[in-house]
Write a protein that binds this ligand. Structure first.
Ligand SMILES: [Zn+2]
Ligand SMILES: [Zn+2]
Length: 235
C-alpha cells in the first residue's frame, strides 16, 4: 500500500487545484482555504439525502436534519446518508474525469478530499464497500472509480467483491427518473453473510438514489444491521 501511495503522489503533484499553493500531507486537491469555494452540500436530509433549504441551518444543525417529507412517505432501505458536494463545477468535472479518463490518481485524491469534508470515520463500520460495476463495464472502463475513491477515503485497500453486480444495467444517467428504479432492480448480490454488521456503501454521484437503494436492499437481505450510504455529490 505504501508503494501505491508513493506512486499516486508521484503521479499527482500536491498543489491546490485552485490557488496552486502547495498542499500539506492532510490536504488533497484543494487547500483548506480553497475548500470554502467548493459547492459543499450544507443542508440535506440525513435519512434519504434530499437536499434541503440552507435557511434551515439557522435553527438546526445538519446533524439534526433527520427526516423530510420524502422519507416520511417512503422510508429508504438505508439508515443514514452522507453527502459531500452538490453536483456542480468543479466537482462535476472532477467526477467525470474519474469516470471517463482513466484517472486513477484523481479518483484516489477525491477520496482523500472527502475525509476533510465529511464527519465519517470508516473505523466505525464492520464492512465498507463501493457500488460495484458490472464486470463487463469494469472491463470496458478498466477500473471501478468508486473503489479508488473509497481507497483514498479509507487510506487502505480493502476487500472488494462482497457485493456484486449480477445484471448488466443501462447507465442511470441515460434514463428517465421513472425508468431508473426498474433498471437496477435485482442488479446486486451479496456473497457473504452480513448478519449483525454495520455497512458503509460508497457511490460517486447520488441522483434519484435508486442504485444505492437497490444495493442497500441486497445488503439488508444478507443480514446487515445498518447500512449507511456516502456519495461524493448529489445531483
Ligand atoms: Zn488553495
Ligand atoms: Zn428525507
Amino acid at each position: 500500500m505504501k508503494i501505491f501511495q508513493e506512486i499516486i503522489n508521484f503521479l499527482f503533484p500536491s498543489f491546490c487545484l485552485r490557488c496552486k499553493g502547495s498542499l500539506s500531507a492532510e490536504e488533497a486537491l484543494y487547500c483548506i482555504s480553497c475548500l470554502k469555494s467548493l459547492p459543499i452540500l450544507k443542508a440535506y436530509c440525513r435519512t434519504c439525502g434530499t437536499p434541503l433549504n440552507e435557511s434551515l441551518l439557522q435553527n438546526f444543525s445538519q446533524e439534526e436534519l433527520n427526516f423530510c417529507g420524502n422519507c416520511l412517505s417512503e422510508k429508504p432501505p438505508f439508515d443514514r446518508v452522507f453527502l459531500a458536494f452538490k453536483y456542480e463545477s468543479p466537482i462535476r468535472e472532477l467526477i467525470l474525469q474519474t469516470k471517463f479518463n482513466e484517472d486513477y490518481a484523481l479518483s484516489y485524491q477525491l477520496g482523500r478530499l472527502l475525509r476533510n469534508i465529511l464527519p465519517v470515520d470508516p473505523k466505525h463500520y464492520d464492512v465498507v464497500l463501493p457500488i460495484p460495476l458490472h464486470p463487463l463495464r469494469e472491463r470496458e472502463r478498466g477500473y471501478n472509480q468508486s473503489l479508488l475513491i473509497l481507497w483514498g477515503f479509507m487510506g487502505v485497500r480493502l476487500q472488494r467483491d462482497y457485493l456484486q453486480r449480477i445484471r448488466y444495467t443501462f447507465p442511470q444517467s441515460e434514463l428517465s427518473f421513472s425508468e431508473r428504479k426498474k433498471n437496477v432492480k435485482d442488479a446486486f448480490a451479496v456473497r457473504i453473510s452480513l448478519v449483525g454488521k454495520k455497512v458503509l456503501l460508497l457511490d460517486d454521484v447520488m441522483t434519484t438514489g435508486e442504485t444505492l437503494k437497490e444495493a442497500s436492499r441486497a445488503l439488508k437481505d444478507a443480514g446487515a444491521r445498518e447500512v449507511h450510504v456516502l456519495a461524493v455529490a448529489r445531483a
